[in-house]
Design a binder for this molecule. Sequence first.
Ligand SMILES: [Zn+2]
Length: 225
Amino acid sequence: MKFTEFRRAALSLGIISIGLAGCQKKQQVQTQRPPAPNRPREPIAQAPPQSPPTPRRPTGQPDWFPRSGKISSRWTTIVVHHSATPTGNARTFDKGHRDKGWDELGYHFVIGNGSSSGDGQVEVGSRWHTQKHGAHCKTPDNYYNDHGIGICLVGDFTRTRPTQRQLASLQRLVAFLTGQCNIPDYKVTTHGLVTRKTLCPGRNFPIAWLRRSLALSDSPGMQPQ
Ligand SMILES: [Zn+2]
């Protein structure tokens, strides 16, 4: 009986020791676990610097993005023009520029006045879709063609004024482009201010109003419509 009791005791101790060993193993496993949850967090922690910066002014229309969906980092300025004609649209200006021997429409965008396209209608030139340099503002170093987004408003603003719809579309388009390309407002300019050799876009074009309206559009409740 005593031997049996000893065996039982020994067995129970063994079981206890196995149980303890198991506990210790579990404890060891538990003490080794903390680094494991950190592993999947590493890529999450690295993600924010890799994500694209939030555009300063995220308004605009989906078709103002190039077909590739990606806007080049080359753009640092915006140059506004008038067509110096009472009528016209992207197609007629494209033909006129090709007739001069140019590769295609020199501007990236054309904003209609209701004559040959809608009043305030924004037409996107093929240059914009391929993010190609412009052909609208010649300077000795070609900086404004290489890095300037060319926008042409249909009309002759030495004689008339842009329509309200043209100005509303221009403000919205420029707000979109400055936001997407991080272009400061003071780098929104006109053909004449750059070269000092042309009247384009005419004395009736309100560049001061455009710059002021861009600054106001950053205020809450003043987003361009
Ligand atoms: Zn011009």
